[in-house]
Design a protein around this ligand. Structure first.
Ligand code: CAA
Length: 241
């Protein structure tokens, strides 16, 4: 029986590449998404990967969604917390709503997904939790006080939970992508992207979603059992920790 992997935000962008890479590596994959029904239907038609709609910002919806995935496919053994949003604004213009939306999805969403799965992983003595943080959680980014706070919080969560899971065969790791060629990055003003951001990337280009997916497949594998509490930085040299 192949292991079941659940990828949040798994039908678009980096998440879609992760879902496909895990499927190609032999996992049975469920891709969660929050809003874009059309993209999800297209993704399922093209890949055969089942999609499930709920918001990771809602704890009860996560518990119900996970129960549905497990009823359909079996126990989730690999969780990839990839879902994330941006609400960029300089801090003096940032609204409490922009702060809250990003914290609810990008930070609380990780708790909301891991918590309902945790006891099952402990009971089965196996689990892989992979949190997609960001270079901007490591270095901070002007215009992203909300996003940087949430992504940095994801790293603290990863390190703490790794220590709790270690004895139970559960690894918890993070990946910090740099600027990857997805809709989220393409939404940045072109002038800002070309003049301020790309010049800061030593390899001289945006990353590809598949370059992040490859890291996920590595961390998800049975052979990666000695790696926990770690962060893989995949940022083209933009920020060297
Ligand atoms: N450091 C310090 N000051 C900065 C700055 C920086 N990096 N960037 C801009 N400023 C200053 C500007 O010089 C300007 O100052 P003055 O008013 O004195 O001229 C002021 O801040 C306002 O800048 P903007 O004109 O850019 O302000 P805006 O309101 O039009 O736009 C913004 C603000 C939307 C945040 C825009 O600057 C922006 O998009 N920045 C990029 C943010 C970013 O990198 N987001 C990443 C999204 S992708 C992602 O998040 C994925 C991932 O994980 C990497």
């Amino acid at each position: 029986m192949s292991r079941v992997a659940l990828v949040t935000g798994g039908s678009r962008g980096i998440g879609a590449a992760i879902s496909i890479a895990l499927k190609n590596a032999g996992y049975t994959v469920a891709a969660n998404y929050a809003g874009n029904d059309e993209a999800a239907a297209k993704f399922t038609a093209e890949t055969g990967i089942k999609t499930y709609k709920w918001s990771v910002a809602d704890y009860d919806a996560c518990a119900a969604g996970i129960a549905q995935v497990e009823a359909d496919l079996g126990p989730v053994e690999v969780l990839v917390n990839n879902a994330g949003i941006t609400r960029d604004a300089m801090f003096h213009k940032m609204t409490p709503q922009q702060w809250k939306e990003v914290i609810d999805t990008n930070l609380s969403g990780v708790f909301n997904m891991a918590h309902p799965l945790w006891s099952g992983m402990r009971d089965r003595k196996f689990g892989r939790i992979i949190n997609i943080s960001s270079v901007n959680g490591q270095k901070g980014q002007a215009g992203q006080a909300n996003y940087s706070a949430a992504k940095s919080g994801d790293l603290g969560f990863t390190k703490a939970l790794a220590q709790e899971g270690a004895r139970a065969g559960i690894t918890v790791n993070a990946i910090c992508p740099g600027y990857i060629a997805t809709e989220m990055v393409r939404a940045i003003d072109e002038k800002v992207l070309n003049e301020r951001i790309i010049p800061q990337i030593p390899v001289g280009r945006l990353g590809e979603p598949e370059e992040i997916a490859r890291c996920v497949v590595f961390l998800a594998s049975d052979e990666a059992g000695f790696i926990t509490g770690s962060t893989i930085s995949a940022n083209g040299g933009q920020f060297v920790v």
